[in-house]
Design a binder for this molecule. Structure first.
Ligand code: UDP
Length: 329
């Protein structure tokens, strides 16, 4: 299938492009390179540098490549940044997605796999979180994605041929097992890469954002899913798209790790102590998020291959050891 991968030069998008090729699909990448890396896109894959707001240019390349499905990863994903710069998030994530949808409509494309997030649930009423839990985001990042889910529902109701799936990611982590693709963000704020960069001496001393949460060790609990497992779910979800509806699936491993547990696991992987201090909470962070992913397991037969945090961190460590300067190497 000819698949447009929006955000295909980013961390998750680049892993998805590799899997699409391996599965016999023909990916075409569009990326603004605002936070993506041209080097992450394999040679031979058509690449276009566009912002999602360039509706006409997107529609043109969709027609030119006879695109059949769009997988949409292009988004800003930092909770803290979204609290400080909400307009940036609504412009990129919400307005950008609407522009992409309008380009799809202009080009007659009816199939979309959308990267949503556990942040659409906010502070959940119960854990593990199922897809029917109330969605009530606690930060602009979550709202920016929630709004797109709402738009997709309405579009699926309006157009019986429009088929979309929203994959609600929990915390995506790890890298290609061979260390050849990875995570390279500036700034890096995510927990696991920050810890590994600190282990390499490339990051200042780290802070645990809050150790007074109502959790066993007082630090936030998250569900870390390996990027390759996450991307595999996109491929099966793409194959199963059903016209006239928006389906939603959680993607996590179904088990939570506290920030301190992540530090312990990372120290075991790198074989040394990583200095850290506890500091204040980060605004917008819920205490506990972990997934019930049985819906996608039952409906589509997907299941994660990486089910413990150490093995996930070990793949990220391969990347950071081989590429301490990221794609700048
Ligand atoms: N976190 C932390 N220190 C850091 C980075 C993250 O304590 O330097 C915590 C953060 O508060 C959250 C968890 O680690 O509870 C995962 O954060 P991350 O930014 O990786 O992902 P998010 O949950 O925001 O998607």
């Amino acid at each position: 299938m000819s698949v447009l991968v929006a955000g295909g030069a980013g961390y998750i998008g680049s892993h998805a492009v590799r899997q699409l090729i391996a599965a016999g699909h023909a990916p075409v990448v569009v990326d603004s390179l605002f936070r993506g890396h041209r080097q992450a896109v394999p040679d031979g894959v058509p690449f276009y540098q566009h912002d999602l707001t360039e509706t006409d240019a997107l529609a043109k390349l969709m027609r030119q490549h006879a695109i059949e499905c769009v997988i949409h990863f292009a988004a800003l994903t930092y909770v803290g940044e979204s609290v400080q710069q909400p307009l940036l998030y609504y412009a990129n994530n919400t307005a950008g997605s609407i522009s992409l949808l309008r380009a799809m409509q202009a080009a007659g494309i009816k199939r979309l796999v959308f990267s949503s997030t556990a942040a659409t649930y906010g502070e959940p009423d119960e854990t593990p979180i199922t897809e029917t839990c109330r969605q009530r985001p606690t930060n602009p990042y979550g709202w920016s994605k929630w709004m797109v889910e709402r738009v997709l529902q309405d579009q699926a109701a309006a157009d019986p041929e429009f088929a979309a799936v929203a994959l609600r990611y929990f915390n995506v982590a790890g890298c290609a097992a061979d260390g050849s693709l990875g995570e390279d963000h500036t700034p890096e704020t995510h927990l696991i890469p920050s810890i590994l960069l600190a282990a390499l001496g490339r990051e200042k001393k780290l802070t645990i954002f809050g150790d007074d949460y109502p959790t066993p060790d007082g630090t936030c609990v998250r569900d870390y899913i390996h990027v390759d497992d996450l991307c595999a779910a996109h491929l099966v979800a793409m194959e199963a798209l059903e016209p006239g509806r928006l389906e939603a699936y959680n993607l996590g491993i179904g088990r939570g790790y506290s920030v301190r547990e992540v530090f312990d696991a990372a120290e075991a992987v790198v074989g040394r102590k990583i200095p850290v201090d506890a500091g204040p909470r980060r605004p917008g962070d819920p205490a506990v998020l972990y997934a019930d992913s049985t819906k996608i397991q039952r409906a589509l037969g997907w299941s994660p291959r990486y089910t413990d945090i150490e093995s996930i961190i070990a793949t990220a460590w391969s990347w950071f050891q081989a590429h301490p300067n990221g794609y700048g190497n």
